[in-house]
Design a protein around this ligand. Structure first.
Ligand code: ADP
Ligand code: MG
Length: 292
């Protein structure tokens, strides 16, 4: 590999919006056989919005909306932003949570008006012995359409469920077709529910899904794929993808947000379009062919 042709290759890819941190990454990219895509913000827009809010039992809707709003206002998660905006539109009283903790990969727990509020996954409910059976059939129906459903309990009793939808990026399906045509295996990796993840994957033509992975375990999943003998590129947009990007043979940071994990990545893709991943692979293959 002559340095000049690699430099020329890097220059051409920069024009396409693909920034390699160094020539060696162009070589590594040419060797990948598996592309792992983060779901939220990578395959989807990453801007969820509220689609459903239903209360159970004798729970008062406005009171639940107020407590949900107070709890989620303390969270920095994009799901929380969607819930907070949605509850505001329903009309809530302004209330401060007395205490708050985020439970990574599961949800939030807060004290609001002297009551314990839990919002999050089935696992979170199960861990606190909350019986959430009543919400299951509506939850499953929404998840089958690719929505994310969260359960809410007050003092250990199910009081509501809340659902959000995140649009697919319009470019995702075509870009994934191109990646497959280049002979690459595509895997989607997410902390979201298995059923939701499958529905989204199905819409864009992805067959392999690794779901319900805790933020801290994402890089471990990359290592597992590498142990199977795969050479892996990881594409992610969020700060919580940084360890996985660093573990992958090639880490690709995507997105125009300010918190893109550029530090951890070998390659930065300008814009938020998965076509840049295919461009990067094509460019690396062409450059390496020219050198040989
Ligand atoms: P992702 O990989 O989609 O960013 P996370 O690992 O951050 O997912 O979260 C996994 C799941 O935990 C979410 O799908 C949601 O059910 C739940 N969750 C996370 N944060 C919150 C929150 N602030 N409120 C309610 N539920 C949450
Ligand atoms: Mg993401």
């Amino acid at each position: 590999a002559t340095p000049t042709s690699i430099m020329a290759g890097s220059g051409r890819s920069a024009e396409l919006g693909v920034l390699f941190k160094g020539g060696e990454h162009l070589e590594h990219t040419q060797r990948i056989d598996t592309v792992v895509l983060d779901k939220t913000g990578t395959v989807t827009e990453g801007k969820p919005s509220l689609t459903d809010f239903v209360t159970y039992g004798s729970a008062d809707e406005k009171e639940m909306a107020t407590m949900l709003h107070a709890a989620e206002r303390r969270s920095e998660h994009p799901l929380a932003t969607a819930i907070v905006d949605g509850m505001k539109q329903l009309g809530v009283d302004r209330l401060e949570a007395d205490s708050f903790s985020a439970i990574p990969g599961h949800g939030v727990e807060a004290m609001v008006a002297g009551r314990n509020v839990l919002v999050g996954t089935r696992k979170l409910m199960a861990e606190h012995q909350v019986d959430y059976k009543e919400a299951l059939s509506s939850a499953e129906a929404r998840e089958a359409r690719g929505e994310t459903v969260m359960f809410m309990a007050v003092d250990g009793i199910l009081t509501a469920h809340v659902a959000v939808a995140d649009q697919l990026k319009s470019s995702s399906k075509k870009a994934i077709e191109r990646l497959k045509a280049l002979g690459l295996d595509i895997v989607m990796l997410t902390g979201d529910n298995e059923r939701t993840a499958r529905a989204v994957a199905n819409d864009v033509g992805i067959e392999q899904v690794i779901a319900e992975v805790l933020p801290k375990d994402k890089s471990e999943q990359i290592r597992k794929l590498q142990k199977q003998g795969r050479t892996v590129a990881m594409v992610g947009d969020g700060l919580n993808d940084a360890p996985a990007l660093a573990t992958a043979d090639v880490g690709m940071a995507i997105g125009s947000a300010t918190d893109i994990p550029i530090e951890a990545a070998d390659l930065t893709l300008l814009g938020d379009d998965l076509h840049r991943v295919a461009d990067a692979v094509l460019m690396s293959q062409k450059t390496m062919r020219n050198i040989k």
